[in-house]
Design a protein. Structure first.
Length: 274
């Protein structure tokens, strides 16, 4: 049996063992344009379990971000169904937080007020969630920067603020769309360590979209590899490396072997983004 079919079958076996937190069942997406329908995603079926960290990699334009927006309820599926905590997704679920490629911070609000924007938008109690926002800033090393404005922060600090904003209402799921793509290499590595620590402390279920194969292997429990558009699942690989992971582990033979296996999918397709 090929490694691809084995990996996808393994995902199904895990789903059968316990109720998944997120179930993506036969999901497709077709965009309607003036030139006719454009197929973005072929039928996708996989599960995420509570506390799991899954990374999704694939060529540019394969539908990775579309998939994330479908889970977030920002787009509607063409066919199939997405369930979060057993409930069908029809619009943005309350139990999901999102971190985008850009921090999208409001320049006229300081760090603390940017984090609390999530609370205002959801019409939740500021008094109840203010301690939560302050605790998140402390957890991410921003406790002394609550009164600072976005332009006074480094790129990494801005993304940490965005992560705090996504977590302040205590969602079950954290969706991240290439959150570190605009950072320099050294800052990106530090943010990988920071995200691993945040995930450990918050115990959230994380879906990360990334073009970086090393980043995916470093952070994830499983790496889902997508094909070129229209996107489908080429393989799902378990990452059986011990945690917590250090940057030195990127030189480990097992790490290198898995990264090379994943990279081989893109060479086979004639495209490579990482």
């Amino acid at each position: 049996m090929s490694s691809v079919s084995s990996s996808v079958r393994h995902s199904g076996e895990r789903g059968a063992a316990s109720q998944p937190l997120i179930r993506i069942d036969g999901v497709t997406k077709v965009y309607r344009t003036a030139d006719g329908p454009v197929e973005s995603l072929k039928p996708l079926t996989f599960d995420l379990h509570a506390g799991e960290f899954i990374a999704i990699v694939g060529p540019s334009g394969c539908g990775k971000s579309t998939l994330l927006k479908l889970v977030a309820g920002l787009l509607t599926v063409t066919d199939g169904e997405i369930r979060v905590e057993g409930k069908p997704v029809h619009g943005p679920p309350d139990n999901v937080g999102i971190v985008f490629q850009s921090p999208v911070l409001l320049a006229w609000r300081n760090v603390l007020e940017n984090v609390l924007l999530q609370i205002e938008m959801r019409r939740l109690s500021r008094a109840e969630y203010l301690p939560k926002a302050q605790a998140l800033l402390a957890m991410t090393g921003l406790q002394d920067f609550g009164a600072k404005f976005p332009w006074e922060l480094s790129g990494g600090m801005q993304q940490r603020t965005a992560i705090c904003r996504a977590l302040v209402h205590d969602p079950s799921v954290l969706l991240m769309d290439e959150p570190f793509g605009a950072l320099d290499a050294m800052t990106r590595e530090r943010m990988n360590l920071e995200l691993q620590r945040i995930w450990y402390e918050t115990k959230k279920t994380v879906m990360l979209i990334t073009h970086s194969i090393p980043e995916a292997v470093f952070l994830a429990d499983r790496v889902l590899v997508m094909t070129e558009r229209p996107g489908s699942i080429a393989a799902i690989y378990d990452v059986n490396l011990p945690r917590p992971r250090s940057l030195a582990m990127m030189g480990d033979p097992e790490f290198v072997k898995l990264a090379q296996t994943i990279r081989g999918h893109f060479y086979a397709q004639g495209s490579l983004d990482a």
